[in-house]
Design a protein around this ligand. Structure first.
Ligand code: AMP
Length: 410
């Protein structure tokens, strides 16, 4: 299958060619035709599957074709709502890349920064607006944005919106959108509340699904380390010291924890930066740019700050702490193994986190392969039943991985 066979128009084909996209990804193959036919869409796909282009390409194409016919004053005709600033910026970059030969104008608005340059862009007139919910409502209240001309509404990462408490903002926005519109709804997982929301805003949607909510990209090698909290920092240093060439994204549950990990690594000569909600937008963007350009190879992030980070060749994801909900694990490790690359996800589990490992295994339907505990002599203090399960896991260590001398078989 080629983009041409999907009946993508020449100006977009040219831009895709420049981006080096040779063939559509599965979600693009499934989503582009119904979206071009103006259907509503329910897309179950996580970041890394090419879902941004799956909605951006057909929306650009429709706007371009409609614009030619009507060619009047610019009004916002497509609204993309996404939960985080990072994701919003990345989506804006995609519209820039795919739409650069169409003459369509787009801009991005998000909170945490001064609004004046965003307002300037809006005053110039845009066809496509990418926004996070809070800033959108804010600028609507100030009358810089009206939604009266929206014909395409895209709700991206709906499950994350819910996790981040944006559901009320979305419910406030929905009645302000024109009833006659196309709605595209994307979510990596489909918990009850999201399913209910999707039913209230979609009209006869075409459903496309590339990876089941709980499935974990096969290209990702997953390993579990049993390590108590005080030793996690040593284990991280050990791993990053051995994997000198690799780019790594390390997840911390808290902002304070992320800073602490970053300080410890920097002290030990492993250059890294932390990104989280307490850092200014500029500092976060700078850290991401340094990471993408290879200036820093390790980034420590909280879930919210890292959401949707688009780094195609990220090689290593490390769960320094286990997340609070198992779906977050799937999101986290989906940062690696993207666009056909392989990747590794390592998880550090202390004795009080083992229940979460069991929940993750239940969700993904896969047992996590266990690496020798760290340090080898320090077995985690697990309750008896869980100790037996861990022992079973350790039995499954493939041949060739040597048990260290002091390592008790438990
Ligand atoms: P997304 O799921 O939208 O975050 O996309 C994940 C990554 O895949 C991004 O870096 C895209 O640039 C890349 N990508 C999207 N579509 C294609 C394609 N058809 N061919 C190659 N790379 C793609």
């Amino acid at each position: 299958m080629t983009f041409k066979e999907l009946e993508i128009i020449e100006p977009i084909l040219k831009a895709l060619h420049e981006k080096g996209y040779e063939n559509p990804t599965p979600i693009q193959e499934q989503a582009i035709p119904p979206v071009l036919s103006n259907n509503d869409l329910l897309g179950l796909a996580q970041t890394g599957t090419g879902k941004t282009a799956a909605f951006a390409i057909p929306v650009i194409q429709q706007l371009h074709q409609q614009r030619k016919a009507a060619s009047k004053k610019r009004e916002i005709q497509a609204l993309i709502l996404t939960p985080t600033r990072e994701l919003a910026i990345q989506i804006d970059e995609c519209f820039n890349d795919y739409g650069k030969y169409t003459g369509l104008r787009h801009t991005v608005i998000f909170g945490g920064v001064n609004q004046s340059s965003q307002v300037e862009q809006l005053k110039r007139g845009v066809d496509i607006l990418i926004a996070t919910p809070g800033r959108l409502l804010d600028l609507m209240n100030q009358k810089y944005v009206t939604l009266n001309h929206i014909r395409h509404f895209i709700l991206d990462e709906a499950d994350r919106m819910l996790d981040m408490g944006f559901i009320h903002d979305i419910k406030r926005l929905l009645p302000l959108l024109p009833k006659q519109r196309q709605t595209l709804f994307f979510s990596a997982t489909m918990p009850e509340a999201i399913s209910t929301l999707s039913k209230t805003i979609l009209h006869n949607p075409v459903r496309v699904e590339v990876t089941p909510a709980s499935s974990v990209v096969d290209a990702i090698e997953q390993r579990l380390y049993f390590v108590e909290k005080p030793q996690k920092s040593d284990l991280l240093t050990d791993i990053l010291g051995k994997e000198k060439e690799k780019t790594a994204l390390v997840f911390s549950r808290t902002k304070h924890g992320a800073d602490k990990i970053a300080r410890a690594l920097n002290k030990r000569g492993i250059g890294c930066e932390a990104i989280h909600g307490n850092k200014s937008q500029n500092a976060r963007q700078r850290a991401l740019t340094n990471f993408k350009s290879g200036k820093t190879r390790v980034i420590i992030a909280t879930d919210i700050a890292a959401r949707g980070i688009d780094i195609v060749n990220l090689e290593l994801v490390i769960n320094y702490d286990l997340p609070d909900i198992p779906e977050t694990y799937v999101h986290r490790i989906g940062r690696t193994g993207r666009a056909g690359n392989s990747g590794t996800a390592l998880t550090f589990c202390s004795s009080d986190e083992y229940t979460m490992v069991k929940d993750i295994q239940k969700l993904t339907g896969k047992k996590l392969r266990t690496a020798p505990s760290f340090p080898a002599s320090a077995a985690p203090q697990l309750p008896l039943q869980e100790k037996n399960e861990v022992a079973f896991e350790l039995e499954r260590i493939p041949q060739g991985v040597k048990r260290r001398k002091n390592h008790p078989r438990r």
